[in-house]
Design a protein around this ligand. Structure first.
Ligand code: AMP
Length: 134
């Protein structure tokens, strides 16, 4: 079954589309974190960015670099977060690759990540383990 985002691409569902080319579409998130919150989506439906073709991920990032300055200018933002969720544990709810461009404002009140305490031994072990898993 087609994802919600494929339905937007096919014009079966409405959306505020701000950019479109042969491979990528971008539209406003219906539940924005801040004004101008935009989703950048490859037309080729895959469940997340690890499943998408490398070429599609590159195309998305090219669009982000064009679109983000226009969004920031439009809403008067001071910066933005670029986020892609992969898997349920990350909070992903739509299983069609997408990158969020979330405009940020100085003192907008959104919390940054909380951090955990870690020892240098733990960091060293994780470094070693990641390298062995590549
Ligand atoms: P994620 O948690 O990364 O999977 O986020 C999915 C995002 O899609 C959420 O921020 C939703 O608000 C957004 N979303 C879901 N349905 C629509 C829709 N029909 N149009 C625009 N954005 C949507």
């Amino acid at each position: 079954m087609n994802s919600i985002f494929t339905k937007i691409i096919n014009r079966e569902l409405p959306a505020n589309i701000v950019y479109e080319d042969d491979n990528v579409i971008a539209f406003l998130d219906i539940n924005p974190v801040n004004p101008g919150h935009t989703l950048v989506v490859p037309k080729n439906e895959k469940s997340n960015m690890l499943e998408s073709l490398e070429e599609d991920v590159i195309n998305i990032l090219k669009v982000v670099r064009t679109l983000a300055p226009a969004i920031l200018k439009t809403v008067g933002a001071d910066g933005f977060n670029l986020i892609t969720n992969v898997g349920e544990g990350s909070g992903q709810t739509v299983f069609h690759t997408h990158f969020h461009i979330i405009p940020r404002f100085n003192n907008d009140g959104h919390k940054q990540w909380t951090v955990m305490e870690v020892t240098s031994d733990e960091l060293n072990k994780i470094e070693k383990d990641i390298k062995s898993n590549i």
